[in-house]
Write a protein that binds this ligand. Structure first.
Ligand code: NAD
Ligand code: TYD
Length: 351
């Protein structure tokens, strides 16, 4: 069996659902169910005979140890994190607690479990840590894309906390020999992404007749990857990755934010035109910039492409069209997550 943490969030829930379509193995999902964790994301597979859910915190060493001993997983994949940059600017504490302290506690539980495994299982065990390209900091316009060897220069409390967790994972390999793997991925988009992030926020606002907020001049560049392509890259790293190695994952889809939102508006104009015949692009509104806003991220994914034979299947256009279709046909899901607490956040962030 494999042990997944943070599997009720955006990427984790897509990963588990995708995994169950290809594998006979059991999946244990441990998730704290923070504001971003939502069991509705897993509704299609909640009764699947290979799926087990446990609510809990990655920092709860006693619980994690009990689960490890009970289920004897061959691998752990750590998705659990606080993941939103803007929230980390308003309140970094949860980011330090989960992303740094939580990862440390999780590593301690795993190290203890791994030390007691019989030698063959010990050798085959893997701890796969899911991280972000944001740890590398911001790139100049024409600078080469991030390679795995790029210097860490995190600029937000979110990226600094993820960078710390990456360093801890690395240290557990070098110091204790724990068989770890780390992936640093670019911006994901797709079904079940919480509508605080750019793409789902803009889809939600567009059809609710609200402004589409663009920070600063909208020329910040991100490298977008469809979430299922990310999930398949993770499977490749888990099964074929070299222990102790880092793999950058990206879509080769560098886009300025304004370009992303314009593409989104064009797709919405086709799939669900506004009743007044105008374009959703008319709702675009430039707002105050994010403090410390990184200008550009870009991933050089040649290592995972060449060594592990992974390539994204979706283009930006096909992935975006799928994403818009999904959100338009899951309006109930969006409504359920945009509760009072979410509205308070929007009020605080965009007022
Ligand atoms: P998310 O915020 O949608 O989900 C995070 C999940 O972790 C939630 O289900 C939440 O309840 C759970 N969680 C939070 N704190 C926890 C704790 N202490 N114990 C147990 N569970 C806890 O995030 P996501 O977008 O799915 O990201 C998943 C991982 O991928 C994160 O580590 C993130 O840094 C990384 N990542 C995300 C992106 C992206 O574009 N979304 C890109 C690269 C890397
Ligand atoms: P986001 O989805 O928050 O991801 P990240 O900060 O991890 O890259 O933001 C993506 C880009 O979109 C980022 O450059 C910030 C920008 N952005 C806006 O312009 N307006 C918004 O309302 C949000 C949420 C993000």
């Amino acid at each position: 069996m494999i042990f997944v943490t943070g599997g009720a969030g955006f990427i984790g829930s897509n990963f588990i659902t995708d995994w169950l379509q290809h594998s006979q193995e059991l999946v244990l999902n441990l998730d704290k169910l923070s504001y971003a964790g939502n069991l509705e994301n897993l509704k299609p597979i909640s009764d699947h005979p290979q799926y087990i859910f446990q609510q809990g915190d990655i920092a709860d060493e006693k619980l994690i140890t009990e689960l490890l001993v009970k289920y004897q997983p061959r691998a752990m994949i750590n998705f659990a994190a606080e993941s939103h940059v803007d929230r980390s600017i308003h309140g970094p504490d949860d980011f330090i607690q989960t992303n740094i302290v939580g990862t440390f506690r999780l590593l301690e539980s795993v190290r203890d479990y791994w030390n007691q495994l019989p030698s063959e299982q010990r050798q085959n065990f893997r701890f796969l840590h899911i991280s972000t390209d944001e740890v590398y900091g911001s790139l100049e316009k024409n600078a080469p894309a991030f390679k795995e060897t790029h210097q860490y220069q995190p600029n937000s409390p979110y990226s600094a906390s993820k960078a710390s967790s990456d360093h801890l994972v690395r240290a557990y390999y070098h110091t204790y020999g724990l068989p770890v793997l780390t992936t640093n991925c670019s911006n994901n988009y797709g079904p079940y992404q919480f509508p605080e992030k750019l793409i789902p926020l803009c889809i939600h606002n567009a059809i609710s007749n609200q402004p589409l907020p663009i920070y600063g001049d909208g020329q910040q560049i991100r490298d977008w990857l469809y979430v299922i392509d990310h999930c398949q890259a993770i499977v490749n790293v888990l099964e074929k990755g070299q222990v102790g190695e880092v793999y950058n994952i990206g879509g080769c889809n560098e886009k300025a934010n304004i370009e992303v939102v314009n593409t989104l508006c064009q797709i919405l104009d086709q799939q669900q035109p506004r009743t007044d015949g105008k374009s959703y692009a008319d709702q675009i509104t430039y707002v105050k910039d994010r403090p410390g806003h990184d200008r550009r991220y870009a991933i050089d994914a040649s290592k995972i492409q060449q060594q592990l034979a992974w390539r994204p299947k979706e283009t930006f256009e096909s992935g975006m069209a799928k994403t818009v279709t999904w959100y338009l046909s899951h309006f109930d899901w969006v409504n359920n997550v945009t509760t009072g607490v979410y509205r308070q956040w929007v009020e605080q962030q965009y007022s």
